[in-house]
Write a protein that binds this ligand. Structure first.
Ligand code: NDP
Ligand code: 8X3
Length: 265
């Protein structure tokens, strides 16, 4: 509602899954006066998301699709400067872009899979944070603004076949917690959202496009939907300024740990 009015929001990985649903949820929650900067590598998909939002809520929400690969440091460092002037006063950054590649175990982990996971989930998130923080820090009382990082149950509880992905999400958690401590004297809020199992393109990406392997991950389960997580993200952003939803863990009802899922047979 009102607390989000007039905000400029950047979402990474807004072309699919949680990021896409978060864009839609922000627009639905605050349809009057909002600027959404939607970023990902697939610009055509971002344009579809923008059109969907515009169709649903009208032009009270302004949407800017922006092609950005967070794993490329030079793209991240030129991001803010490339925005049209009226889009630069960013209030909220949702660091959502992320991916998993494979289920290989050491010593069979491909260097390429390892590198893209760290470059996207960790270095990309850190670089985005560093690109946006100077904007936040210009505001009174040491600065203001929200950074919402998408971690995972995987960052709390590493599982076999996920060593690298889990390591990246543990790194997100460590960076996020340190950042909150570094910014304690400011009004900047550092928020972490850790989902359990959510059905998105996540598993399709993990299995290199093999849809039947991806479907097997969710067999007999009722996973969370990306909308479920989007609601929590927008809720956290919409609290009054003195409230920091520092840390969350969100499971579907049949899940109680990273690899403890009750499956109906
Ligand atoms: P999806 O695969 O559906 O979405 C991932 C998004 O990240 C896409 O929009 C993709 O866009 C974007 N992305 C990937 N690489 C890059 C990059 N280099 N630069 C910019 N954008 C990129 O998966 P989810 O929605 O599930 O994933 C979103 C976040 O949620 C991730 O951080 C994931 O780790 C986390 N998560 C997911 C869970 C799940 O069970 N699904 C559980 C816990 C956490 P594009 O390809 O167009 O670049
Ligand atoms: C995705 C959840 O634990 O299935 O972050 O890898 S997990």
């Amino acid at each position: 509602g009102k607390r989000l009015e007039g905000k400029t929001i950047v979402i990474t990985g807004a072309s699919s899954g949680i990021g896409r649903s978060t864009a839609v949820e922000f627009a639905r929650t605050s349809p009057k006066n909002l600027r959404l900067i939607l970023t990902a590598r697939r610009i055509d998909t971002l344009k579809e998301v923008a059109a969907q939002i515009q169709k649903e809520v009208g032009d009270g929400v302004k949407v800017l699709p922006y092609k950005l690969d967070v794993s490329k440091p030079e793209e991240v460092s030129s991001f803010v400067g490339n925005l049209p002037e009226e889009w630069r006063d960013i209030d909220i950054l949702v660091n959502n872009a992320g991916l998993v590649k494979g289920v290989a175990r050491a010593p069979d982990i491909a260097a390429e899979d390892m590198n893209i996971q760290f470059a996207t989930n960790v270095t990309g998130l850190v670089n985005m944070t560093q690109a946006i923080l100077p904007i936040f820090k210009k505001r009174p009382d040491g600065g203001a603004g929200d950074i919402i990082n998408i971690g995972s149950i995987a960052g709390r509880e590493p599982y076999p076949g996920g060593s690298i992905y889990c390591a990246t999400k543990a790194a997100v958690k460590a960076f996020t917690d340190a950042l909150r401590k570094e910014l304690i004297s400011t009004r900047i809020r550092i928020i972490e959202i850790d989902p359990g199992q959510v059905e998105t393109e996540f598993s399709i990406v993990r299995f290199y496009g093999d849809k039947s392997k991806a479907d097997a991950v969710y067999a007999g389960c009722e996973p969370l939907t990306p909308e479920d997580i989007a609601e929590v993200i927008v809720f956290a952003a919409g609290r009054r300024e003195n409230v920091v939803i520092a840390d969350t863990l969100i499971f579907p009802n049949h899940q109680a740990a990273a690899t403890l899922l009750h499956r109906k047979t």
